[in-house]
Design a protein around this ligand. Structure first.
Ligand code: ZN
Length: 689
């Protein structure tokens, strides 16, 4: 296969997967596999710069921006919306609209479109002849900032809209951070000792205005669009005359339009929509703080016009804020895996946004002092962006006389080591590497799904193993044997005070031992991630494994060599280097190696430096009957081109070739999200190569 064909194929695949991921919320492949496709495309394009086109998915991550953002004039002003806080307000809005349109008692209800109001950052996207040429923030409504390079990294937004080749259009929408991405970023920020984003909107706004598009790409922003402004057309004519039809057109063109919108015949239906979503919105994967209500008919909108500030044809209904007051019983601290000691609030349980809250974050000691939050205070608690409950501040009028200011402990709550705070950091840390709290957290992390994925070795079992001295560090996990594990006992107290003793038992022990055994074969990046090196997340671990191939090489790498790795910056490089030079860590790695844990990326899976064939590095599985060739022939043809053909489907399989009457392998491929090729696709692949 010519590089040009492979590039073409990869671009198509990447776009298809993006569509499944973002538009259909039904991904076929894992993020890691997606990244692998992208990495291959990037490598091919780097080798043939002449083949790089502006619409290639790789071009989403542009170069570093110069400082500041140029300003951009919007095609039409981006007005903000008037607010409605109650059903009464909504009905008053309807009255004004009806009056403005000259409608009386007997006339039919006004048709509205109700859309969930995404809590993000407004943007205007300009497409010319179907290509995204510019993206700007709302700014002051007339002029925004040109954030094109950053917006190009948002996978949900197509760079090319073939359906819109005939016109120049501005599409408006909202860039947001999905809840899961928000939680992940805040977790990383805790570990890194950085201040937390208060809510996904702040995180999205902060991200979109960063000067590093590569960072923006990693944050995982997404977007919904909600308005089409046509600037000029070639043919004219065929433009939708209602808002709902416009949204349908945008959707049909492949732009992301939030699917829960509802056309409403009259304000009663709007009121019902708002009521329906008040609770249901918690199940969405993005934040919404209200409902935008718009008159559907564009001609009617034109008749209604705008005031100096707001369009008269729309309003934003805001859901009531989710805040409650409760008693702050105590402020306690907990120790994380990197030793960060963070305070949290123990609350008298209170129901907020549908769930009972008895703990809330207090960020850090400085924050507590600044807000003067004291144990015994009555405090206002909210679910920040409906995600993490947090203490907003004390209710001073209800402060008991006895409430004393809280003081951050000077020593680790678990090991009594003196806590240390680095220059410029807000987080206090326990620096004792053998702190039992850190060890427990470290073990939990090592066994967690994202890392070594040892099922059954969770918080409770880790706690028992550490308490009884069976496990002191991660290497000890591999020395665990059946008898002591099966004999583990845990005590729980019954309501009447009598204790029940439970043995862990043979069956559970066998399972855990099997899981531990299986984890010896894990990919090397899982081990690197599992070591719990500060700042090294899953992605960075994968990059390091791909670049260094073995723990030995990684341990020996200089900070310069580490920093020369794509995506590894100076902070990460220093952190890796520091970890491997710290006393005890190399011995720990050596013990893991001696226990049979995989320490090297197998030769076959390393990215081939010599290229014996155009399909090198790819693995195929054949199943079912082919019509135009035997399976042996197909296998031989693939092998001649450098591909590996194996008998069983795994996540590492590039694709499964399925002929007629394909069986369980096809099912497995579908279950694992491995691409499936039919015979025609196989022939095209062989012919192309
Ligand atoms: Zn400690």
């Amino acid at each position: 296969m010519q590089p040009a064909d492979r590039i073409q194929f990869l671009r198509q695949e990447i776009r298809r997967h993006e569509d499944r991921y973002y538009q259909q919320a039904d991904p076929e492949i894992s993020d890691g596999e997606f990244d692998a496709l992208m990495a291959e495309l990037r490598a091919l394009e780097a080798a043939s710069p002449g083949l790089v086109t502006a619409d290639s998915p790789t071009q989403r991550v542009g170069g570093r921006l110069a400082d500041g953002f140029p300003s951009v004039q919007h095609a039409e002003p981006m007005l903000s919306l008037d607010n409605a806080y109650s059903e009464t307000d909504l009905r008053a809005f309807d009255e004004r609209v009806r009056k403005g349109l000259g409608l009386g008692e007997g006339d039919p209800p006004v048709r509205y479109v109700a859309e969930l109001k995404v809590d993000g950052l407004s943007i205007a996207l300009r497409y010319e002849r179907g290509s995204l040429v510019r993206a700007a923030t709302r700014g002051d409504g007339d002029t925004g900032e040109d954030v094109t390079a950053n917006v190009r990294t948002i996978r949900a937004l197509p760079l090319v809209v073939p359906g819109a080749r005939e016109c120049v259009m501005e599409v408006r929408g909202e860039v947001y951070l999905p809840r899961a991405a928000f939680e992940r970023i805040n977790r990383q920020r805790v570990e890194a000792g950085e201040s937390l984003f208060a809510n996904p909107r702040n995180a999205a706004a902060g991200t979109l205005r960063t000067l590093d598009p590569a960072l923006v790409a990693r944050r995982g922003l997404s977007a919904w669009v909600y308005q089409l402004v046509v600037v000029a057309t070639d043919g004219g004519g065929d433009l939708p005359e209602s808002h709902e039809a416009q949204l349908a057109r945008l959707e049909q063109w492949g732009l992301p339009v939030e699917p829960h919108r509802r056309p409403c015949a009259g304000i009663d239906e709007v009121v019902r929509f708002c009521a329906d979503w008040q609770e249901a919105r918690r199940d969405l994967d993005f934040e919404t703080d209200g409902v935008v209500v718009k008159v559907d008919e564009l001609a009617a909108r034109a008749r209604l016009g705008a005031t100096s500030k707001f369009p008269r044809w729309a309003t934003a209904f805001k859901f009531p804020a989710e805040q409650r007051t409760t008693r702050l019983l105590a402020i306690e601290t907990e120790v994380g895996r990197t030793g960060a000691v963070t305070p949290f609030a123990v609350l008298e349980p209170v129901v907020i946004a549908g769930s009972t809250v008895s703990r809330a974050t207090l960020h850090n000691a400085d924050d507590i002092a600044r807000k003067d939050i004291r144990p015994e205070d009555w405090v206002l608690v909210e679910k920040a962006g409906d995600v993490i409950p947090r203490v907003v501040g004390p209710v001073l009028s209800r402060r008991p006389m006895s409430a004393e200011p809280w003081v951050m402990p000077e020593a680790c709550p678990r090991c009594q080591s003196v806590l240390v705070k680095e220059e410029g950091e807000a987080v206090w840390r326990c620096e004792n590497a053998s702190c039992p709290a850190r060890i427990r957290r470290g073990l939990e992390h090592f066994a967690s799904r994202g890392a070594m994925n040892i099922e059954g070795l969770g918080e409770a079992l880790v706690d028992q193993l550490v308490t009884c001295g069976l496990v002191r560090d991660i290497a000890d996990i591999y020395a665990l044997t059946l008898p002591p594990l099966a004999a583990l006992e845990s005590q729980t107290q019954k309501a009447d005070g009598t204790a029940i003793v439970r043995r862990f038992g043979e069956k559970s022990a066998v399972k855990v031992v099997e899981q531990i055994q299986r984890s010896r074969e894990n990919e090397v990046w899982r081990l690197i991630f599992g070591l719990g090196i500060r700042h090294i997340g899953e992605r960075a671990a994968q990059v390091l494994a791909a670049a260094f191939h073995s723990l030995e090489a990684l341990a020996a790498a200089t900070p310069e060599a580490l920093e020369a790795t794509p995506d590894i910056g100076p902070v990460l490089a220093a952190s890796v280097h520091e970890w491997f030079t710290a006393p005890g860590n190399r011995a720990l790695v050596a013990r893991l190696g001696a226990a049979g844990v995989r320490m090297e990326v197998p030769e076959a899976e390393r990215q081939a430096t010599t290229a014996p064939g155009p399909l090198s590095g790819r693995t195929y599985v054949l199943t079912g009957t082919l019509d135009t060739m035997t399976r042996d022939d197909a296998e031989a043809a693939l092998a001649r081109l450098g591909a590996k053909v194996t008998g069983s489907v795994s996540r590492k399989t590039t694709a499964v070739v399925a002929g007629r009457e394909a069986g369980s392998k096809l099912d497995k491929a579908q279950a694992l999200g491995v691409p499936v090729l039919d015979e025609a696709a196989l022939r095209a692949l062989l012919a192309g190569a």
